[in-house]
Write a new protein. Structure first.
Length: 325
């Protein structure tokens, strides 16, 4: 949604808002205390710090001048190979916060469960989940204790085969449901499913397909199976999705030209784009541009989160952008 007084010029959508960079990369944000993974190394994507382990950061948007704070991780966890990707939170009845993180140690895929220690501002590692179906995992959506949906963005795990499967339109990827009692594929037919999120009433799932430039809207059944209701086609590659907690609108971090992302050139960097999708369940959802830039300010936007007239835009390998509307 373009804010009042916004103007559109080549390369950027300008708003009556103040923006500044944050020193870390944001890919997923949760509620009003935001957890930010940083340092992802992923096949086919550029990395500006290939030898630096991944990190988890916290940013509290309830504060008037929020800052990014690194969360320490408990001993006993292999921090040297930590390579965080998708992230989701679960809060139990006692208000304990658990962080579920997709990890790619040595380019494999595991799911790490942490408990957040609010006083120490640290993460205590509890468990690592591995499964033969949890391969090339991109994003995760936690539903309950050790219960989650996960997207598999590629069937193959080697870079050359990953590219080949997209070129020949293989479509062997899927959305997976995991619980201690059952692990199953609940949705197929994607080219490369990425971000996944849930409606405020917990009845619908939204999945972004970055290669097909669309969003799949699916209904959740009692047994956690998913039924496709519709596909919203866009003119941009959709990476990750979040839901505005105040309005229920869906925010999409997008790549207008995904080839600029793959064939990275610092002199012609990948652009950034954020879309707001209103009334996503209606016959005619309204789609508006929230932010767009040609890469001069922000490169390769991958996610955005709105909270109390504050906007946080994350990227794959650039810094995050924090804006006050």
């Amino acid at each position: 949604m373009l804010c009042g007084g916004a103007s559109v010029v080549w390369g950027e959508v300008r708003f009556p808002m103040r923006c500044r960079h944050k020193r870390t990369v944001l890919r997923k944000a949760q509620r009003c205390g935001f957890t930010l993974p940083g340092g992802l190394k992923y096949p086919g994507m550029p990395s500006f710090a290939p030898d630096k382990p991944g990190q988890i950061f916290l940013m509290d948007l309830n504060k008037p001048n929020p800052h990014v704070q690194e969360l320490s991780i408990s001993n006993g966890f292999d921090k040297a190979s930590f390579n965080p990707h998708g992230i989701s939170t679960f809060i139990d009845e006692d208000h304990n916060v658990y962080l579920y993180v997709v990890n790619h140690p040595h380019m494999e895929s595991t799911l790490e469960i942490f408990k957040f220690d609010e006083q120490q501002r640290s993460l205590v590692h509890l468990k690592t989940i591995e499964h033969e179906l949890l391969k090339s995992v991109n994003d995760i959506l936690v539903l309950g204790p050790e219960q989650f949906y996960a997207t598999r963005d590629h069937y193959f795990t080697k870079s050359c085969l990953m590219l080949l499967e997209m070129l020949i339109d293989l479509r062997w990827t899927y959305v997976l449901y995991y619980s201690p009692k059952e692990v199953k594929v609940v949705a197929r037919g994607f080219n490369s499913p990425n971000g996944i999120t849930i409606s405020p009433d917990k009845k619908y799932i939204y999945v972004a397909d970055v290669a097909d430039k669309n969003i799949h809207v699916m209904k959740i059944h009692d047994n956690r199976d998913l039924t496709l209701l519709k596909v919203i086609q866009l003119d941009t590659s959709v990476d990750n999705l979040t839901v505005d907690p105040d309005t229920g609108d869906v925010l999409a971090g997008c790549h207008p030209n995904v080839m600029k992302l793959i064939l990275y050139n610092p002199k012609d960097p990948p652009q950034s784009e954020v879309l707001r999708i209103q009334d996503i369940l209606s016959e005619k959802p309204r789609i508006n541009t929230v932010y767009a830039n040609n890469g001069s300010i922000l490169q390769a936007s991958s996610v955005a989160f709105a909270y109390k007239r504050k906007l946080l835009i994350g990227t794959i390998f650039d810094k995050a952008l924090y804006c006050e509307l």
